[in-house]
Design a protein around this ligand. Sequence first.
Ligand SMILES: [Mg+2]
Length: 285
Amino acid sequence: MSTIEDPWPRLVPPEIVRGKVLILDLNGLLVRYCNQEEADASRVFGHQHVHLSTHSWYVPRVGLSAFLEAVRRDFTLIFWTSCVKRNADALLRDLEERSLIPARFLRSEPEIEVWTQAECTRYATTREGFRGGALYLKSFARLYDYNLVTRDVLLVDDSVKKNSTNSPFNAIHPRSYTPWTKEHAPHRDQFLCGTLLPWLQAWRQSTIPTPAYIRAYYRELGAQDPIEGLRSYWGDLVTPEPLSGLLFDDAILADRAIARSLFIGDVPAADVSVVVAGVDDPPVV
Ligand SMILES: [Mg+2]
């Protein structure tokens, strides 16, 4: 395989980035917003639940502070939530005041970006479950604005749909954090520090291109299959333009071809075989 050229050439010199870029969702991964009924049910399991505003509660996830302390050291860290900035600020301020995240976390150096709905790409949809008929997608086009264009980007988000414009293998999608279920009772839920953190540290040390790495190892996390998730959401809508144009629009470099061949099937397999070979036989970087 030595004749294979690196199919993921960097667009910018590596010195511009501060290492691998880790983008973390908030709700459903690090905390869970809930209504009063869910908050009460979470308390029964022994969770600390917080009353944030009139009709809004949240439950922080076990190990949150230790997890953030570790990833802050190892990655260029970005929080990206599709909620509005006012709500994200209120949540983060509350977490800090209660010492549920490390002290001065958001003001430490290098500063941690917080992206909200304003940084998302709005997609109008009439599908169920989206108030206001809009879906807010986390498009990696945003990375260009911050000189963070690199193949080493990973979004961790419980929603597969939010990654619809990027390569499906630039993200992992753990199952949503539901503190009112037995599965996520405090004494059982070791996901952040026991499962996700070691996985991220292994990814950080790997020289395998990120999309190939994710594709090979996302199952170890018990994460959702991104192609199945995207198919079940977009399914019948994907073939006619412009939707097939929208999907994976900002997929980094060669990933777009892989994504389209897997999901839409309009790129001949021969054109992406070199990329697929990278999973087992990574190009020298
Ligand atoms: Mg979420």
